[in-house]
Design a protein around this ligand. Structure first.
Ligand SMILES: Nc1ncnc2c1ncn2[C@@H]1O[C@H](COP(=O)(O)OP(=O)(O)OP(=O)(O)O)[C@@H](O)[C@H]1O
Ligand SMILES: [Mg+2]
Length: 247
């Protein structure tokens, strides 16, 4: 079976600005892969390339073994800004991707809204929701898009620590029950280690892969894995890498 996503020797420039440099990244079927890296290193740019919204300067992007450069509609994508359509109700926003694919049934949206604590908001409009609630809606929209590869760009950044850890539990439960391939961007090292099979650490711009780390902990992951000495060691390693303190 081909990898769900294979990025090879990828480079991207905006004019003179070299943003992504010689990136090699892969996501196996059912694998949860995170990217952690400094602000401005090019993580969102990478997602726009994978989603076909931009074309790279050079290099390859394959989804399920087929060339995906410049091709839209192949991934479930949650952009960094929730980008909900203000004139559509919450349930209509959630089903947007499915609707474009020809399936306007909102019952699935209502079912999922309940599971993320948004029951009662199906008929509300985005401006009636908090930032964190809007993020959850955008997350659901990507999740139920039916694409095998989900690209999530800092999906939990607007959530407080408590809601964030509830969302981790929730995401792990969904993902462990129904393995999708996930590419996940975060600034949060602990979040990356808690959720992922593999973590890529990006350098400052132009972003290169500083290190690819395999996260060895069993699934289903327990919340107390963060206290495991192996976890603490990996957290230290990633912190050192990202603060330019290589040991
Ligand atoms: N459309 C664009 N045109 C020109 N430059 C751009 C464009 N989009 C992004 N950039 C530049 O590319 C670099 C990477 O931006 P990007 O948004 O990918 O970073 P990021 O890693 O996602 O940062 P953050 O963690 O803050 O979200 C930045 O210097 C940004 O100014
Ligand atoms: Mg970004």
């Amino acid at each position: 079976m081909p990898e769900t996503l294979r990025i090879s020797d990828l480079n991207h420039h905006f004019g003179q600005l070299h943003v992504l440099k010689n990136l090699d990244i892969s996501v196996e079927a059912g694998e949860f892969v995170s990217i952690v890296g400094p602000s401005g290193s090019g993580k969102s740019t990478l997602f726009r390339l994978v989603g076909g919204l931009l074309r790279p300067t050079s290099g390859g992007i394959e989804i399920n073994g087929a060339d995906a450069i410049g091709k839209r509609g192949l991934i479930g994508y949650m952009p960094q800004q929730p980008a909900l359509m203000p004139w559509r109700t919450i349930e209509s926003n959630v089903v947007l991707a499915r609707e474009i694919a020809g399936n306007a049934d909102k019952s699935l949206a209502r079912e999922w809204l309940g599971r993320v604590g948004l029951e009662g908001f199906a008929r509300a409009y985005p401006h009636e929701l908090s930032g964190g609630m809007q993020q959850r809606v955008a997350f659901l929209r990507a999740l139920i898009s039916d694409q095998e590869l989900l690209c999530l760009d800092e999906p939990f950044s607007a959530l407080d620590a408590m809601t964030r850890s509830e969302m981790h539990r929730w995401l792990l439960d969904i993902w462990e029950a129904n393995r999708r391939s996930v590419l996940f961007v975060t600034h949060n090292i602990e979040e990356a280690l808690l959720l992922s099979d593999t973590v890529y650490a990006f350098s400052h711009r132009p972003a290169t892969v500083l290190e690819k780390i395999t996260v060895p902990f069993d699934r289903p992951r327990r919340a107390d894995v963060v206290d495991d000495p192996g976890f603490v060691k990996l957290r230290r390693r990633l912190t050192d890498l990202l603060t330019g303190n290589p040991s």
